[in-house]
Design a protein around this ligand. Structure first.
Ligand code: PEP
Ligand code: MG
Length: 752
């Protein structure tokens, strides 16, 4: 190593020569060369963090194989380099291969090196990369060497940072937008902007001289719509949605086939000089009035809807749905929940929603569909139609007009995720059994209908059915018959397996269009069970529908959301008892009393668990709300998302408390919040003793795979250790380290 008095000189010289290089690649190649020579080590390498901030890629080396530059990378937390990145702390080891984090990378030529000194490269608190020196001999680097490398890394941080931002803005010309909510994996496709139908009432009456053009426009649009509706009708029939197709066509078909409608609109255009949209409005209004006079409200609504669609076509000149031949990224400002649920999955590669007001329920639906989606993102909707877009559902980012190198990087990730998909596919019908033979129940969080074959065979039943999603997709409060149909179809699909239905959980971030709840502080307001108790008719109808639906199947479980007081449970039980007697009277059948449970979402229940346990059969942790209320952190507010930390010591001790306490009360407990479906989160839960996990469909295969490749006893020991640690970084590291030891790093989704 250089003599102490010449450290500064050496540093200055290195920075000076490096800064003179015009290309960044040449500069870092020279940098590692100079460092190696100055420090008299056998190797020096620089790893840089990728755009997605998930991996450290070898960017320059003097000592390792030069062919590996740009090809080799490590996840944050993976190997010793990943460890430096994760902890953002120096690592100095005389015998690197004996460290548990050591990772042997074939073809890199690292085999001969024993000692390592690695430091993080950080600029304004942000990790940019890791700088490493290695020696063949077994030796610890001294303090002076540590100081030298740390000082140097601080100096090069600004060079790297400048290069990074110039690269992003100039070379790539990529526009990156951060969203609030992300789900699914990655999609790259052309953007198609969807605009909502125009508001029929606000169409203005306007005139035009070009009567022929207006008439031509009207007839063309009508013809186009007619063809599309015929095709849509066919599609619906093919997918055996006959009921829907007949309803769809009966309303609009009569208008499309009605030639007098065409004549009347033409007449308005030619005699009054109206533009086509205004003429349609005038004629539609006349017909609506006639239908109303005749007391035919349905017809009046159909005419109005039809006219609105026709005018929308004229005004927006929307891309026709049938034009979408290759999958696209659908970009919308906002979209009614019903339309999100009906999106043709094979044509939609990704989904981007701008509006924040619709963020939560749209996000839930998008996640359930498994389409890569980013919700609540500040994107200029008027400037993206037809542009290439990357939707990164894992990091909740949207990239517009990415350069080929960025596309390449994402393509690599897509291919990795396909490989994973194939890996999971092999075990999807297996049970969740750990390597040491312990059974882990993997259940589904349901809300939408999944057109997946053998869905029930892939799961151990439904751990959470969010009934509010079907309510959100309805135009009005669904009646008992309607609900019986919904619940029956789910109970039938999962015959022989438990189906845990949660009573209506609206309010907070989940609104119903026909039951608006405007509040200053909705998370702490009228939500969940509170709404049902204040509107007992809604609750009674729902309970009756659930009970009726299960008569044939007997696999229903009922669960209550947002419980904070014993009285709430007692009230619901009274209503449930009434519903059971009513149905027994009506059907003359004995109604099986379904297992009855409550969700642990509000921390105060910790203090009344004994009383609650006396009234219920099981508990389920809603970690999304539990963490929100435990840390006073709004789960939908990105400004405070860093405080929504499930690995925080307080969070894991809280989870441990509920596990131990319910066990002592002899009541089963499961977890159905997002944490159960996340990679590291599932490891954490298993380590704390939870063996019932419920998650969205898109997460089932991964978590099942993880559960089948871990040793529960080892994890329980790790859980014990985690409970003694004082920071989430240290706690998280325990699980990353375990995943690595089990060869699970490629399966672990770092962002979740
Ligand atoms: C939860 O809070 O964890 C939960 C599962 O309920 P939701 O996300 O529907 O509020
Ligand atoms: Mg909840």
């Amino acid at each position: 190593m250089v003599k102490e008095n010449s450290i500064l000189l050496a540093l200055r010289q290195i920075i000076e020569v490096v800064s003179q290089k015009s290309s960044f690649e040449d500069a870092i190649a020279l940098l590692v060369e100079k460092i190696r020579a100055t420090m008299k080590t056998d190797c020096c390498s620089l790893y840089l963090l990728n755009n997605r901030k998930t991996r450290l890629a070898l960017a320059a080396t003097d000592g390792l194989s030069k062919e590996s530059v740009g090809k080799v990378s490590l996840q944050i937390g993976e190997g010793l380099v990943g460890l430096v990145g994760e902890r953002q702390e120096l690592v100095n080891l005389a015998d690197a291969p004996s460290h548990p984090n050591f990772k042997y990378l074939p073809d890199v030529g690292e085999d001969e090196f024993l000692s390592i000194l690695g430091v993080p490269v950080i600029n304004q608190g942000e990790l940019l990369g890791v700088l490493v020196v290695q020696c063949k001999e077994k030796r610890l680097f001294d303090e002076q060497e540590e100081t030298f490398l740390i000082t140097l890394s601080a100096q090069i941080a600004s060079i790297i940072s400048v290069n990074r931002s110039t690269k992003e803005s100039l070379e790539n010309n990529v526009k990156r937008f951060k969203g609030k909510n992300g789900s699914g994996s990655i999609a790259i496709a052309q953007a198609v902007v969807w605009k909502p139908p125009v508001n029929f009432d606000t169409i203005q009456i306007m005139y035009s001289e070009d009567k022929d053009i207006q008439s031509e426009l009207f007839h063309q649009t009508l013809f186009q719509l007619q063809t599309e509706m015929d095709m849509a009708n066919l599609r619906l029939q093919e997918s055996s949605h006959e009921m829907a197709s007949s309803g769809y066509m009966s309303g609009y078909g009569c208008m499309l086939d009605d030639t007098s409608f065409e004549d009347e609109v033409d007449n308005e255009i030619f005699t009054q000089g109206l533009v086509a949209a205004s003429a349609i409005k005038i004629i539609a209004e006349k017909r609506i009035a006639l239908a109303k006079e005749a007391g035919d409200k349905d017809k009046a609504r159909d005419i109005r809807d039809f006219a609105a669609i026709l005018i929308t076509r004229l005004v927006h000149l929307l891309p026709k749905e049938t034009d979408i031949s290759t999958p696209v990224v659908l970009v919308v400002k906002s979209m009614p929940a019903a339309l999100v649920a009906e999106m043709p999955r094979n044509k939609i590669a990704g989904f981007v929603c701008i509006d924040s007001a619709t963020s939560s329920h749209t996000a839930i639906l998008a996640r359930d569909l498994g389409i890569p989606a980013v919700i609540d993102v500040n994107l200029d909707i008027d400037n993206v139609d037809g542009h290439t877009i990357i939707v990164d559902g894992q990091s909740a980012e949207v990239l517009v007009d990415p350069s080929t190198s960025v596309v390449d990087e994402y393509m690599q990730l897509i291919s990795q995720s396909r490989q994973l998909h194939d890996l999971f596919e092999k075990e999807k019908f297996e049970k969740g059994i750990t390597l040491d033979g312990k059974r882990i129940n993997i259940q589904l969080n349901a809300g939408l209908n999944h057109e997946v074959d053998d869905l029930s065979a892939q799961t151990d039943g439904i751990g959470l059915y969010r009934t509010e999603i079907s309510f959100m997709l309805s135009n009005s409060l669904p009646n008992e018959e309607q609900q019986v149909l919904w619940y029956k179809s789910l109970l039938a699909q999962f015959k022989g397996l438990p189906v845990c239905m949660r009573t209506l959980d609206v309010g907070g971030d989940k609104g119903l269009p026909y039951l608006p709840i405007e509040e200053q502080n909705p998370a702490l307001g009228w939500r969940g069970i509170r709404v049902c108790i204040d509107q007992p008719n809604i609750l009674k109808t729902q309970l009756r529908a659930m009970l009726k639906a299960q008569l044939e199947y007997g696999n229903l479980e009922i669960m209550l959301p947002m419980i904070s007081r014993l009285e709430e449970v007692l009230i619901v039980k009274r209503i449930l008892n009434e519903a059971i007697s009513e149905i027994e009277d009506e059907t003359k059948q004995t109604v099986k009393r379904p297992p009855f449970g409550i969700m642990i979402e509000i921390p105060c229940v910790a203090y009344i668990l004994d009383e609650l346990a006396a009234e219920c059969d099981f508990f389920s942790i809603g970690s999304n709300d539990l963490i929100q209320y435990l840390f006073a952190v709004d789960r939908t507010n990105p400004k405070v998302s860093k405080y929504f930390d499930t690995f925080n010591p307080a969070a894991i001790r809280c989870l441990k408390f509920f596990k131990d306490k319910t066990e002592s009360l002899n009541k089963p407990i499961s977890v159905c919040g997002e944490i159960a479906g996340s990679s590291l989160g599932s490891l954490l839960l298993l380590s704390l003793g939870y063996t019932n996990l419920s998650m969205n469909y898109s997460q089932i295969a991964r978590v099942k795979y993880i559960s089948r490749h871990i040793n529960l006893n080892d994890l329980l020991a790790i859980g014990k250790k985690a409970l003694t640690l004082n920071s989430s970084v240290k706690i998280k590291h325990l699980y990353t380290e375990y995943a690595q030891a089990q060869g699970l790093m490629s399966v672990i989704d770092q962002k979740k």
